[in-house]
Design a protein around this ligand. Structure first.
Ligand code: HEC
Ligand code: HEC
Length: 193
């Protein structure tokens, strides 16, 4: 398992260095037929607790698939899917989802909560890794416009240690001191960006 992970990471290091070469978006789109039932048309999820994938950074998608395949990130629904993916599929899927436009922002039904979330994001320096637009970069997730209940779930899981963040432990340290109130405000704010 460890060798498979290292192999995939090395392959990504080589191909990841030259983003114009290697990945095949059309092949990624074809493979994504396996994903559309859960992650939605155009990578925009309509289902509770299933994240949208549209406009996620290429490397974030690739890493998460590698983590699921290696078992360092666990999810019953993703497990049987990643067993069917080879390294080329993972590269192509990363390029495909990164090429899709993000979900259009929806109207904010609780601007006061968003203000609290924005303040927490500044205080906790979330943008230092997720970028000012919260669109993410490299292995750092896009969180702007992500489903609110999924953001809450992800932050709770980092805080509790249920999700480790694979090779990148950054989020465990970030989420540990967050209160439940902050988590809910942050999720609301980010989901409406
Ligand atoms: C049966 C439903 C299902 C199918 C089919 C499925 N997924 Fe998922 N996927 C999930 C769920 C549920 C999660 C959230 C896991 C969690 O909560 O940790 C997830 C999470 C992910 C993540 C992590 C995203 C993030 O923001 O953390 C990626 C990447 C991903 N899936 C890619 C894919 C790809 C690519 C396919 C098709 C090859 C696919 N999934 C097919 C249910 C599914
Ligand atoms: C030191 C860099 C860093 C900081 C600071 C940071 N993040 Fe992250 N964040 C990451 C990385 C890297 C990932 C992907 C981790 C993984 O592989 O699970 C991530 C993932 C996430 C995810 C999961 C997204 C998904 O789709 O699964 C959420 C939610 C999140 N961050 C929210 C936040 C919030 C809110 C803050 C501020 C309180 C924050 N992050 C601060 C680096 C950071």
């Amino acid at each position: 398992m460890r060798n498979a992970l290292v192999g995939a990471v090395l392959a990504m290091a080589v191909v990841g260095g030259s983003p114009v070469r290697g990945a095949d978006i059309a092949a990624g789109k074809e493979k994504a037929e396996l994903c559309v039932g859960c992650h939605g048309e155009g990578g925009i999820s309509q289902m509770e607790n299933i994240p949208s994938l549209a406009a996620q950074p290429d490397l974030f998608i690739q890493w998460q698939l590698v983590f699921f395949r290696a078992g360092t990130r666990k999810n019953e629904q993703m497990q049987p899917i990643v067993e069917q993916l080879n390294n080329d599929d993972i590269r192509n899927l990363g390029a495909y989802y990164a090429s899709l436009p993000p979900k259009a922002p929806k109207p904010d039904d609780n601007p006061d909560l968003s203000t609290k979330g924005a303040q927490a994001a500044v205080g906790r320096r979330c943008a230092s890794c997720h970028m000012d637009t919260f669109a993410g970069t490299k292995a750092v997730a896009r969180v702007a416009g992500q489903r609110e209940e999924y953001l809450v779930k992800a932050l709770r899981e980092y805080k509790s240690g249920a999700r480790s963040g694979g090779a990148m432990a950054a989020m465990a340290d970030v989420a540990f001191p967050l209160s439940e109130e902050e988590i809910e405000a942050l999720a609301h704010y980010l989901a409406h960006l």
